[in-house]
Design a protein around this ligand. Structure first.
Ligand code: PHE
Length: 344
């Protein structure tokens, strides 16, 4: 009997369950109604009075030891061991919870949209794969006109050899779609991705993002254009930002202009962002050419309009002093996570 008790004691002491099933098997084996300890007590009944005296105490101690061990293991399993099964140790410090941040281009796009929304502009969108009419012809780019070279286009050649489908080079195509399918007045902005066949460098990319705007109504004048864009830059870059308009050329606007603002980095003193001129160009604009209105079925005697277009990357560079366009599409988390988080 002593031998058995010794052997069971060693077994119980060495026992370490990996899960609840093993612990239950342990309980049944030793403490169950048909378990080994029960057997020992049965055996105890058959021994002589001399042995009873010796083993009575030993057997009871052994039983208590086995019950205590079971209780201790069960408690361990209920708390810590269970989580070890899952590969977790709840006593370790937790992993940080990383909240994503919005892409800087999305932040700036949303800001631009908000400013124009307050002025009553709605948001319009259109396809990135466009036909020649919407990207060029309706916008007063005649066939074979050198102005088409201003925007290095990715054409999509169809099976029959024709290539009047292209990746849109600007979101002005959305202006055409809007004017064709509705009636004036129009007051909308068109954010979206555009494509141009340029070698990728710090200053150029084969795709970028634009926000263009269109306002068509009776009696819209160049002074409306100037005031709208002046207000826009005060909101975006702060009160006191200066603007200047330089004559320019776009096939779809007449007159056309480019708008500069006082350099947001040096406030006009001169720095390498503005090439020491104190001014940086941020957008193209002009009065919608009457031919464009007519192409879209709008009476150019009755209606006039202005349009403008800007690259979101450029606006963002000036806002956050980013000098390499490639950062926007490389998705380097060290770059992206520097921007304000407004998601939660
Ligand atoms: N579509 C022009 C561009 O992509 C920008 C522009 C829009 C200019 C509207 C004038 C008026 O460069």
């Amino acid at each position: 009997m002593q031998e058995k008790i010794d052997q069971y004691t060693a077994e119980i002491n060495a026992f370490s369950p990996a899960n609840a099933d093993e612990l239950e098997a342990f309980r049944i084996k030793f403490l169950g109604t048909k378990g080994l300890i029960k057997d020992l007590f049965e055996e105890f009944k058959t021994v002589g009075p001399e042995e009873k005296r010796v083993f009575g105490k030993v057997l009871n101690q052994f039983k208590q030891m086995a019950e205590a061990k079971y209780a201790e293991l069960k408690e361990g399993l209920d708390s810590g061991l269970k989580t070890q099964d899952l590969g977790l140790d709840l006593t370790l410090p937790g992993d940080g919870f990383e909240v994503g941040s919005r892409h800087p281009l999305s932040l700036v796009r949303n800001e631009i949209i908000d400013i124009f929304k307050r002025l009553g502009f709605v948001v319009a969108e259109g396809p990135e794969i466009e036909d020649d009419w919407h990207n060029f012809s309706a916008l007063n780019f005649p066939q074979e006109h050198p102005a088409r070279d201003m925007q290095d286009t990715f054409f999509i050649r169809k099976g029959d050899g024709s290539d009047d489908i292209a990746l849109r080079t600007h979101t002005s195509s959305v202006q055409v779609r809007m004017m064709e399918s509705g009636k004036p007045p129009f007051r909308a902005i068109m954010p979206g991705r555009v494509y141009r066949n340029e070698a990728i460098s710090a200053r150029a990319h084969c795709f970028f993002h634009q926000v263009e705007g269109l306002y068509v109504d009776e009696n819209v004048s160049f002074s409306d254009l100037k005031q709208t864009l002046f207000h826009f830059v005060q909101e975006l870059y702060g009160e006191g930002t200066k603007v200047r308009f330089r004559p320019s050329y776009f096939p779809f606007t007449e007159p056309s202009a480019e708008m500069d603002i006082s350099c947001t980095i040096c406030k006009g003193d001169g720095c390498n962002m503005c090439k020491y001129t104190g001014w940086v160009e941020i957008l193209g604009c002009g009065m919608v050419d009457p031919n464009v209105l007519e192409n879209c079925g709008i009476d150019s005697k009755k209606y006039t309009g202005f349009a403008f277009g800007m690259g979101i990357e450029r606006i963002t560079n000036l806002k956050y002093v980013i000098r390499d366009l490639r950062l926007f599409s490389e998705n380097d988390v060290r770059f992206l996570k520097q921007f304000q988080t407004d998601i939660i």
